[in-house]
Ligand binder design. Structure first.
Ligand code: ATR
Length: 287
């Protein structure tokens, strides 16, 4: 869609940035809603991050997304940071307030929760303990989302135990018990669980498969993989094969973009089958 001189502007800062799917996501919505706006990739080197963020209001940008390696470093540059970004220690969305100040937030938590709401509406925090595999940035967002949903127990297993312990400490809330399980005992940890979430890179294209014995997992449990290339990971195929409901990771990517788009462009966007289809096409081998 052609833009005019009055177009609203947003984008995504990263280093490198060429691989980002966010311009395709926001471009789809801009087109779908006929908005006079543009969402552009912004290749910003780490040492230029502050300068680039401070330039946003000067350039008339409404805000931007942030990806690797800026998600942590941007926190201290913001004028205000939302509760999730603060607790997680990472942010992905900047909104320029009317007075030109910078507001930082973490919408991955929203993305995880909304994806679950859409793909597994029957899940509730009362369905039983959660088992979370991994302890990186994605695991932090997932644990924050699960505790915000009111879950009483989270069992965390990570190859490097110390990282899981740090996560459990940083994201502790009085209402939830977060226990660290040895990585070798991830299969046993599934006993009685209501939801299993893989946040590791295992099962991703060009990565080793996630090996886990699902025998102890109740048939009623939901299995979520935040990996989305491939969409159907070995874990999700195994889960479906034994009757568990499986939730893929593409929806989290799409839903996390909604709050930023709404703030910058003024329309609340939807995650539709057409959007999923268009985004999947960007993962085809030709890309
Ligand atoms: P992100 O921010 O996307 O979560 P990350 O911080 O690199 O990415 O985390 C990747 C996760 O996958 C980590 O939990 C990592 O385990 P370690 O903390 O031990 O590194 C996990 N992971 C990656 N490769 C793995 C492997 N071969 N076996 C087990 N876990 C692995």
């Amino acid at each position: 869609m052609p833009i005019t001189g009055a177009a609203r502007l947003a984008g995504i800062m990263g280093w490198p940035i060429a691989h980002s799917r966010s311009p395709a996501l926001h471009g789809f919505w801009l087109q779908e809603y006929g908005i006079d706006g543009a969402y552009v990739p912004l290749a910003v080197a780490p040492e230029k991050l502050e300068q680039a963020l401070r330039a946003l209001p000067a350039l008339g940008f409404r805000g931007c997304n942030l990806t690797i390696p800026h998600k942590q470093a941007a926190l201290s540059i913001m004028d205000r940071v939302d509760e999730f970004a603060q607790r997680i220690g990472a942010m992905n969305t900047v909104v320029i307030a009317p007075d030109g100040s910078l507001e930082g937030s973490n919408t991955d938590v929203f993305g995880f929760r909304e994806n679950l709401r859409e793909q597994a509406p029957s899940w509730s925090a009362a369905s039983g303990p959660a088992v979370v595999l991994g302890a990186g940035g994605a695991a932090r967002s997932v644990v924050a989302a699960l505790t915000a949903a009111g879950i009483a127990e989270i069992r965390l297993a990570n190859r490097t135990r110390d990282r899981a312990s740090s996560l459990a400490r940083d994201l502790a809330v009085p209402e939830a018990r977060i226990t660290v399980c040895p990585w070798e005992q991830r299969g046993e940890a599934l006993s009685g669980a209501g939801i299993l979430v893989n946040t590791t890179s295992l099962g991703m294209e060009h990565e080793p498969q996630l090996e886990i014995d699902l025998a102890a997992l109740p048939a009623s449990a939901i299995v979520v993989d935040i990996v989305y290339v491939p969409l159907e990971t070995g874990l999700l195929a195994a889960a479906r094969g034994r009757g568990n409901q499986a939730v893929d990771g593409l929806g989290m990517l799409l839903h996390q973009g909604r709050p930023g788009f709404a703030a910058w462009f003024g329309s609340a966007p939807q995650v539709t089958p057409a959007l999923r289809h268009a985004m999947l096409a960007t993962f085809a081998p030709a890309h």
